[in-house]
Ligand binder design. Structure first.
Ligand SMILES: *Cc1c(COP(=O)(O)O)cnc(C)c1O
Length: 391
């Protein structure tokens, strides 16, 4: 019997759960875009978005998803025939490289497979070998949403500095911003991209590029008026923020989301995500004692606090996802970018999530494993509850 009636839970790694406060803020008549409240509200977003990224550098906002921010970051800094070094740790950095190729940029890739974080020694080797200085930028993801690996961005900066190579460091924090600690300035990141529909808890449609003076000075020939980050960063007229009509309702929603992050405090936001991730890992440690399930990333230090990828054997990922959705109203993420895709599933635990939601996800998975006769170790829920109890 389906028990799915009630509030559904979309536990995929983006879009994430939208808080009621964000939905309420968006439920309103259209504001005047030429003057008044909307202008004040937009100005107020800029310092708060910089605070979330821990930067005092520049910010440009785009109406678009994460792919738009990917393109904006590359277009402003690169010229056709420049080379970028892609540090692939799953599907997403490869996708960023594909956007670069579309701009006529040459792409070199260090492929780390789907179960490990960036190998700093290999990056140092590649940059040291580039004596001609062909590589203009190193592209990395902080968290790769397909594999749930988290990369050591501070360490990556250190490795780049040791080679003395001048390439820009560009980082995708689309899955991690507002979930996993990220410090743009302290870690020496030149360009960072994110979008609003994951840790920032707002419906998809806004994306962001933070960049420093070094990145601005790079000024590539790929840039067009629309993607140019300069006018958006320092608009003389309000419409220049968005190069056209403002995304009015998204701005109200984002304001409410940033207010929630401010009220909770960024440190608490990070600590909550870290603890909830440990709750999930504790359950999987027990489940994996028997049967096919295993966390995709073995080393806890390399795991994201926003998304978890799990291997469960061919066909079983899809069976479990379908059971959880139709029987219980819980939607889990597909095994994006994995082969075969149906041998994996992912849990999104980014943004507006709390302990009872995570315990609900785990309890539903436990029921699904039993219903579908998928072998699994005992004691997972007790182990998860124990982490919550000790938090
Ligand atoms: C979601 C995601 C993207 C793509 O964002 P879209 O909004 O779907 O374009 C890129 N990189 C990472 C790490 C992501 O999690």
């Amino acid at each position: 019997m389906s028990l799915s009636q009630g509030r559904p839970y979309l536990a995929i790694p983006g879009p994430s759960v939208i808080p009621d406060a964000v939905l309420r803020a968006m439920h309103r008549a259209s504001p005047n875009i030429y003057e008044g409240e909307l202008h004040e509200l937009t100005h107020s977003l800029v310092p708060d978005l910089k605070a979330v990224a821990m930067t005092a550098q520049h910010l440009a906002i785009y109406i678009g998803n994460g792919h738009a921010a990917w393109e904006a970051a590359l277009a402003n800094t690169l010229s056709p025939d420049d080379t970028v070094l892609v540090l692939a740790t799953g599907r997403f950095c490869i996708g960023w490289g594909e956007i670069a190729a579309g701009l006529g940029v040459k792409v070199e890739t260090i492929d780390h497979g789907v179960q490990s974080s960036v190998d700093l020694a290999r990056v140092e080797e590649a940059l040291t070998a580039d004596t001609a200085g062909r590589i203009k930028a190193v592209l990395a993801v902080h968290v790769d949403t397909s594999t749930s690996v988290k990369n050591d961005i501070k360490g990556l900066r250190g490795a780049m500095d040791r080679t003395g190579h001048p390439a820009l460091l560009m980082v995708d924090c689309i899955a991690s911003l507002g979930c996993d600690r990220f410090e743009m300035d302290a870690w020496g990141v030149d360009v960072m991209v994110a979008a609003c529909q994951k840790g920032l808890m707002t419906p998809a449609g806004l994306s962001f590029v933070w960049y420093n003076d070094k990145a601005d000075a790079a000024r590539g020939r790929c840039v067009t008026n629309y993607w140019d980050w300069r006018a958006r960063t320092d608009p003389k007229m309000y419409y220049q923020y968005f190069h056209g009509t403002a995304p009015t309702h998204h701005l109200y929603g984002l304001r409410a989301a940033l207010d929630m992050i401010k009220a909770e405090g960024l440190d608490h936001v990070f600590a909550r995500h870290a603890t909830l991730a440990q709750v999930i890992w504790a359950a999987f440690d027990k489940w994996s004692e028997t049967g096919p399930m295993h966390l995709n990333i073995a080393n806890p230090a390399d795991r994201s606090h926003a998304v978890t990828s799990i291997g469960i054997g061919p066909g079983q990922g899809d069976r479990l996802r379908k059971w959880c959705e139709t029987q219980c109203g819980l939607t889990l993420g597909v095994g994006l970018g994995r082969t075969p895709e149906d041998a994996y599933f992912r849990i999104g635990h980014m943004g507006h999530v709390n302990a009872h939601m995570i315990m609900g996800v785990l309890g539903t998975i436990e029921a699904g494993l039993t219903a579908l006769d998928i072998p699994h170790g005992a004691g997972a829920l007790a182990a998860a509850a124990d982490v919550v109890a000790r938090a």
